[in-house]
Design a protein. Structure first.
Length: 85
């Protein structure tokens, strides 16, 4: 029998132009978006050194984060969801 445990999480989703500027053009599953987001954050050194749970946004990420310059990992997931359809 086919496993349907996490099919919603694996379903390719459309990526907004703001998010595509960071992770590349979609469609791609949410898990892939999050993975690519972390690659971007780490490659640019955007994870806060004092509080590792915070992300310091550059110009491209500010567009994804609704203009906020710092967001927590938990907020990030919620804000990214707005860019997936």
């Amino acid at each position: 029998m086919a496993q349907k445990a996490n099919s919603a999480f694996m379903k390719p989703m459309n990526v907004s132009s703001e998010l595509a500027a960071v992770v590349g053009a979609g469609p791609m599953p949410r898990s892939e978006v999050v993975k690519k987001l972390w690659v971007y954050i780490k490659s640019k050194g955007l994870q806060d050194q004092t509080n590792k749970r915070n992300i310091n946004a550059d110009e491209a990420l500010k567009k994804v984060f609704g203009g906020q310059s710092t967001v927590s990992m938990f907020e990030m997931t919620k804000l990214v969801s707005k860019h997936l359809s």
